[in-house]
Write a protein that binds this ligand. Structure first.
Ligand code: ZN
Length: 310
């Protein structure tokens, strides 16, 4: 279970990197409650974040959050000083609310930091680690905010929110469109695209190569024509594409182009086999060849066999 989740989270962060340009060290905004809960469970918060997010992190805390820790009433003084000491090791994020008499709520403060202009985008690429479920729900309305929280001493990373997925898919469509435009504008754009897709799919490349050897470059040109307009961006939709490519008519055409060669080879092999049989009375050609080479002291291997067949 642990391994499976780790793989999921790594993939998720990779998607955030591709679609929203997240880069290590990831900036993680941690709220006061997160520090309190992880201290209670004696968890090493920065270490846990790095393990969950699969990369170096820069933990950050807003001025309001650190004030929440100072203001919180807690009977265990040691634990409270642990909170504050932990928070002090994090980078202080100036939220600008420090002049207020009372700190803003975690919700107001973090929202103003992540999306200050209320545009629905996470401009500074923060990852938010907070224990407030309602705040996380609000953060899901902002595109591209990875969210983590701690549940029963386990750190959990939320799957991509619907809004984030939407923006990400929109970007992909945009990428595909611009790819097509480029393909049409440039005279050799189609060929380049073809080469790209070959790199992403070895089987297809092999097919193209074989077909090309068989009947010149014709099948390659035909393929480009068919694939050009619908060609997905090979960098963004690699997996879906692989599944797509195999049953396409162009792949079938390449297969067909290979056929005559293969049949011819089979017929030739059958003929040779027959010839060998009639000459050698039932021995297979290979056995025959072996015998020959043994007799001639291993010298006339190929030559002996051809002489036999012809
Ligand atoms: Zn604040």
């Amino acid at each position: 279970m642990r391994g499976k989740r780790a793989k999921q989270y790594r993939k998720l962060m990779h998607q955030y990197e591709l679609a929203f340009n997240f880069r290590e060290p990831y900036q993680v905004l941690v709220d006061a409650e997160m520090i309190q809960d992880t201290t209670r469970f004696k968890m090493d918060l920065p270490h846990l974040l790095e393990r969950t997010l699969h990369g170096k992190i820069k933990p950050m805390i807003t001025q309001c959050s650190i004030r929440h820790l100072y203001l919180a009433k807690h009977e265990n003084r040691d634990e409270k000083s642990t909170w504050i000491n932990t928070a002090k090791t994090f980078e202080r994020r100036r939220c600008g609310h420090h002049e207020l008499e009372q700190p803003l709520s975690t919700r107001e403060c973090l929202l103003s930091v992540v999306d200050p202009k209320d545009t629905g985008s996470n401009k500074h690429r923060y990852i938010v680690a907070c224990q407030d479920a309602e705040l996380r729900a609000r953060m899901r309305q902002i595109a591209g905010v990875p969210l983590v929280y701690v549940q029963r001493s386990v750190m959990v990373m939320e799957p991509m929110a619907a809004k984030t997925e939407e923006v990400r898919n929109g970007q992909e469509v945009e990428k595909i469109r611009s790819g097509i435009k480029r393909g049409r504008a440039a005279p050799d754009g189609g060929l380049k695209r073809k080469r790209d897709s070959d790199e992403s799919d070895d089987d297809e490349a092999a097919d193209g190569l074989l077909a090309g050897q068989g009947d010149g470059a014709q099948p390659m040109v035909k393929k480009v024509k068919k694939k050009g307009p619908r060609g997905p961006n090979p960098l963004s939709v690699k997996k879906a594409k692989k599944r797509d490519v195999r049953p396409t008519p162009s792949a079938g055409a390449a297969e067909k182009a290979k056929m005559p060669d293969r049949i011819e080879r089979q017929i030739r092999a059958a003929k040779e086999h027959l010839a060998a049989q009639s000459a050698g009375g039932g021995d297979s050609e290979r056995a025959k060849r072996k015998k020959q080479s043994l007799q001639s002291g291993g010298a006339g291997d190929g030559g002996g066999a051809t002489a036999e067949v012809d």
